[in-house]
Write a protein that binds this ligand. Sequence first.
Ligand SMILES: CC(C)(COP(=O)(O)OP(=O)(O)OC[C@H]1O[C@@H](n2cnc3c(N)ncnc32)[C@H](O)[C@@H]1OP(=O)(O)O)[C@@H](O)C(=O)NCCC(=O)NCCS
Length: 282
Amino acid sequence: MDPPQDYVIRPMERKELDLALEWAAREGWNPGLHDSDAFYSADPKGHLIGILAGVPVGCISAVAYGSTFGFLGLYIVLPEYRGRGLGVLLWEKALRRLKGRNVGLDGVLGRQRDYEKHGFRLAHRNLRFRALGIGRPRPAGLTDLGRGDLDAALEYDRQLFPADRSQFLEKWLGMPESAALGYVKGGKLSGYGVVRKCRDGYKVGPLFADTPDIAAALFLGLAGHAQGAPVFIDVPEVNAPALNLAARMGMEQVFATARMYSMYEPDVDTGRIYGVTTLELG
Ligand SMILES: CC(C)(COP(=O)(O)OP(=O)(O)OC[C@H]1O[C@@H](n2cnc3c(N)ncnc32)[C@H](O)[C@@H]1OP(=O)(O)O)[C@@H](O)C(=O)NCCC(=O)NCCS
């Protein structure tokens, strides 16, 4: 099918990202209420919108982290415009933008085959768990991460994310209706996490920690912020202690994605990743 003449794909303006997140909510992806500022800051030209005859009909994120890594997400065409070739054009433009980088994505399982056709390979699944009614007092050892702690958080994050993402984290750690907690041991940050308000309940992400006990303390502290509302976390299935934590907290699995990469699996210690940051930006 020939692409329509009046279809334009261009970088979104900041406001248009709110629209894309609204579409994500309609897909049932439960985005955070205040995600767009951080998403936009990660890469201001990295979120594309497809406009057909003046009407926004689809989007995709192709966020570049430095010159070696990128992440695809928010790949959506409005239901009434699907099956006309508009999605594939978004996808191709996104891939062109990230050319030369190792690219990650979290695909819905039904699309894994599609992405394999483009050379993406499965690294592992991320399992979304839901916890209910966690409102216990905050465990000892936790500290609120404020502006002054950004450098320590960035340094820790750099060990567990494939690239520097300071612009993103600067916003992510200061979102309204969120909390960022760290765990300090021997004067050193040994784990950190963020919880944020979403359409439905709250999501924890990232949850990075040196040990299962630190992860558990951070999780309880973060989940306590939700004051009994549902709390969601996306756990790499390959991290057995993280699955144990989910089981110990009585969490129920509600969704799964395929984490795939275009070139290679990044050299990060998945054993310290208890919750991924987002499924949209990695
Ligand atoms: C995925 C989606 C964006 C595709 O948009 P679209 O405009 O319908 O796609 P096109 O018309 O360009 O493509 C038509 C065909 O190519 C396939 N296709 C689309 N994107 C593809 C990709 N990146 N790689 C390979 N195949 C692809 C489609 O599956 C479709 O095949 P089918 O009719 O056998 O299912 C759209 O279906 C959608 O918004 N789905 C819901 C959200 C979602 O699941 N997004 C993907 C998350 S991983």
